[in-house]
Design a protein around this ligand. Structure first.
Ligand SMILES: [Zn+2]
Length: 113
């Protein structure tokens, strides 16, 4: 499952942060989640709780900040907010809009204690 591997990568980030800068536990994980990343926030929360069990981020709050999708049209060179993949360009109607943002997940912040 996509969400499960994302949760595991968050755990990897937590472990790395802890090696650099030891802490007791993680209180909050703040994520930027792109609208086009094809991730279900509820399912990600479920996987997060499961993956973090027994580690420093067990029981941590997962705060998800949604990032809108962004696209760029090759045909007319306009930039746009994109709500779904494979949508035609709203300016000229061409297909093949390139996704330029909002298609990834990124850990913005770890609040630790
Ligand atoms: Zn266009």
């Amino acid at each position: 499952m996509h969400e499960m591997s994302l949760a595991e990568s968050i755990r990897g980030i937590v472990d790395e942060a802890r090696e650099r800068n030891p802490f007791e536990r993680v209180r909050t994980v703040v994520l930027a989640l792109g609208e086009l990343a094809a991730v279900e926030p509820e399912s990600l929360r479920f996987c997060f709780d499961a993956v973090m069990k027994g580690g420093p981020a067990e029981g941590a709050e997962l705060r998800i900040e949604q990032v809108p999708g962004q696209g760029w049209c090759r045909a007319c060179a306009s930039s746009m907010v994109l709500h779904a993949l494979y949508e035609p360009c709203p300016a000229c109607g061409a297909y093949g809009v390139e996704v330029t943002g909002g298609n990834r997940m990124q850990v913005l912040e770890l609040e630790v204690e």
